[in-house]
Design a protein around this ligand. Sequence first.
Ligand code: HH2
Length: 279
Amino acid sequence: MPAEPTFSLCLPLPCIMGVVNVTPDSFSDGGRFLAAGDALSQALTLVREGAAIVDIGGESTRPGSDPVPADRELARILPVIEELAGSVGVPISVDTMKAAVARRALEAGATIINDVSALRYDDGMVEVVAEAGCPVCLMHMKGQPKTMQDDPRYDDVVDEVLGFLEARMAFALARGVREDQVLLDPGIGFGKTVAHNLALLAGLGRFAALGRPVVLGASRKRFLGAILGSEPGERVTGTVATTVIGLMAGAHVFRVHDVKPNFEAMRVALAVREGVATS
Ligand code: HH2
C-alpha cells in the first residue's frame, strides 16, 4: 500500500517545493532575490513551472553561516509573504528556526513551517506550530550551520538520522503538534560528508517507512559538486537525478531551486512507478 492516502496535509503528493532565498548569502542563489520584487516574481515563476509549495527563506543555513537577527529575517521575508499570500494560489512555507519569525510569517499568510533545527533552536517554536495546527517540516542537522561540516561522524548515518527524526516527531507530538501535519527530512548536507549524503540517498526508502511524508533537499548541494566537479548553478542535472532516485524510493516533497526540470522528471518517474501517465 502506498503511504499517501493516510496523509491529510492538503498537499498534492508527491510534489515540488520551489525555493526562494531572500538573502544576500545563500550558497546558490544568494543576492539574486534580496529585493522583494525579485523574490516575488521568482516565486510566481516557480509556481508557473509546477511548484506546489513555495519555500521562502530569510536566513542562510549554508555551512559556515552565522545566524541572522529575527528582525532582519522578518524584514526580508514579510513583504514577500504578504504579497504572495494574496496572489500565488499555493501554500507558502517559511524556512526559519525562530518562533517570532514563524509567528509573524503565519500571520502574514504563510501556512507551513520548515524548521531545519527540528524545533531545537528556539524553545518557543513548538508552541507556535502546535497553536497554529500547521504543517511542519522537521529536518535532521548535526551541529550548527557554523561548524556542522567540521568532520561530522556517525556510526551508521541512516540509523542515526532515522532515530533522530523519530525522537523529534515524538517530542513535537507530546507538545501538541498534530501527527498528520508532520513532514520529515534527512537534511542532506547538514553535518554530513559526501559519503553520508550518498548513504542517505541510497537509504531513503527507510525514511518513507516512518509513515510521514519525506522531504528531500538535495538541490544544487555540494556533494553533487564533488561528484560532477561543477559549481552550484551547474548542478541542475545532478539535482534532477536525486529527484528521480528520491521519487522511486518513496520520497514525497522535493525542495529545489530549478522547478521545471525537477517537476518534469518527477512526473516521468511517478508515471513509471505507478504505471499510469497523468497529464
Ligand atoms: N536545505 C537548505 C535550506 N533549507 N530545508 C529543508 N527542509 N531541507 C533542506 O535540505 C534544506 C532546507 C539549504 O539550501 P538553500 O536554502 O538553498 O541555501 P541557504 O541555506 O544557503 O539559504
